[in-house]
Write a protein that binds this ligand. Structure first.
Ligand SMILES: NC(=O)c1ccc[n+]([C@@H]2O[C@H](COP(=O)([O-])OP(=O)(O)OC[C@H]3O[C@@H](n4cnc5c(N)ncnc54)[C@H](O)[C@@H]3O)[C@@H](O)[C@H]2O)c1
Ligand SMILES: O=C(O)C(=O)C[C@@H](O)[C@H](O)[C@H](O)COP(=O)(O)O
Ligand SMILES: [Zn+2]
Length: 368
């Protein structure tokens, strides 16, 4: 069991532990919620909904709402449908929402919790590795016109209950997706992540104990950054390392089920490529060793074809952009992250050169 307390406009605990879902009733007592809606998705519901709902029913009125799995549920239509559902069930300001699932459930349910009656109780119960990131920090959002997270709020949860044993039912693709955000964190605070992560050759090697340690450390990296800049006025942007291109890939290939983390891994390579190139680093980030390691872990690191203009058009909607210029997070010669602006022409040139560079590594597999 590991507990991290996040300082925030409304401080909250992040509790990690094995089989923690069976202790939900106990953990929610201090909040005095009166009614609870559990929002989950069609894959998670048959696995974990009963465990959570059955214990809460002894003390609360509990309803559940099951959304289709996948990114397309982060939509205005789902947002509106859940708001109406809460209204039909007479939810009020003493009510709460539990987000039981991955980042899609957490982002959508959190946006509902932030909006209904201008804010009701919100409990994150993440069930994916990636959701160690999405359940922490208070960013909640839906997509609009295939643009990622265009509409949302900063709305911290009242508590995060992270039952690490639920992660054992994730498939390989979801392990890769979740670990991409952990690998991203290692570039932001290299000393805060255990050596374990640097040496792992296959995710199967990791015990649940290893996993709990790595997730705790990765959350701690995010914590230090979010506590310093909760509303992303400055350094929180660094958590977007890899995301300018990743969000554009997710947007352009919205109909192809790209996972967020796998897109982040390709986007991370691009930002590392930019960092090497702009700072002319003596020891570059992008090396055969690194790309081989990621490939052995199962990552697909390139695209079959690169629709560069479409990607640039999507990047034009990135929330970090400034004065009409596209913003990427890069690392300087000392490895310190900062936000750098590029013209469309510069980004086009860098993307061309990046894709040429990737072609040199003939073993890379395409994501799409
Ligand atoms: N708010 C933030 O700070 C933040 C941070 C990172 C990512 N995100 C967002 O999170 C989303 C991605 O989250 P995700 O990767 O968790 O995706 P997801 O919620 O779609 O979950 C991935 C898949 O795993 C299934 N699943 C979930 N838990 C499971 C379990 N325990 N066992 C078996 N299957 C399970 C889901 O049904 C889904 O099919 C993206 O929309 C991304 O933009 C938000
Ligand atoms: O918490 C943050 O801040 C992040 O940037 C974490 C990202 O991993 C995450 O994907 C987040 O949802 C991106 O937010 P956005 O503001 O770029 O939409
Ligand atoms: Zn992310």
């Amino acid at each position: 069991m590991n507990k991290i307390t996040m300082q925030s406009v409304r401080p909250y605990d992040i509790v990690l532990g094995d089989e923690l879902r069976h202790d939900t009733l106990n953990r929610l007592k201090p909040f005095n919620f009166q009614k609870i809606a559990i929002i989950t998705d069609e894959h998670v519901a048959p696995l974990y909904l009963h465990d959570v709902k059955s214990q809460l029913e002894s003390e609360y009125t509990v309803v559940d709402y099951v959304i289709p799995a996948g990114e397309s549920s982060k939509s205005m239509a789902q947002f509106e449908a859940i708001l109406s559902f809460l209204n039909r069930h007479h939810f009020d300001r003493h009510s709460a929402i539990i987000a039981l699932g991955g980042g899609v459930v957490g982002d959508l349910a959190g946006y509902v919790a932030a909006s209904y009656m201008r804010g009701i109780g919100f409990v994150q119960m993440p069930t994916t590795i990636l959701a160690h990131d999405s359940s922490v920090g208070g960013k909640v959002a839906i997509n609009l016109d295939d643009i990622k997270n265009l509409v949302g709020h900063f709305y911290p949860p009242h508590i995060v209950l992270y039952d690490c044993s639920t992660l054992m039912t994730l498939n390989d693709q979801e392990w890769r997706s979740g670990f991409a955000e952990i690998i991203k964190h290692r570039y932001l605070k290299p000393d805060m992540l255990s050596q374990l992560l640097y040496h792992v050759q296959s995710f199967d090697e990791l015990t649940t104990k290893d996993l709990e340690i790595i997730l705790g450390q990765s959350i701690a990296v995010k914590q230090t950054i979010v506590e310093a800049d909760e509303h992303e006025q400055s350094i929180r942007q660094h958590l977007n390392l890899g995301h300018t291109l990743a969000h554009a890939i997710e947007s352009v290939f919205a109909d192809q089920q790209v996972t967020h983390g796998e897109a982040v891994m390709v986007g991370l390579l691009f930002d590392l490529y930019l960092s090497d190139r702009i700072h002319n680093r003596r020891y570059p980030y992008l090396t055969d060793d690194f790309l081989n390691w990621l490939t052995d872990l199962g990552y697909h690191l390139t695209l079959h074809y690169w629709p560069i203009q479409q990607l640039i058009d999507a990047m034009a909607h990135d929330k970090k952009n400034k004065s009409g210029q596209i913003t990427c997070i890069v690392l300087d010669e000392h490895g310190i992250p900062y936000a750098k602006q590029f013209s469309d022409n510069e980004i086009a040139q860098h993307l061309h050169d990046f894709t040429d560079e990737l072609r040199r590594y003939t073993y890379l597999r395409p994501l799409i």
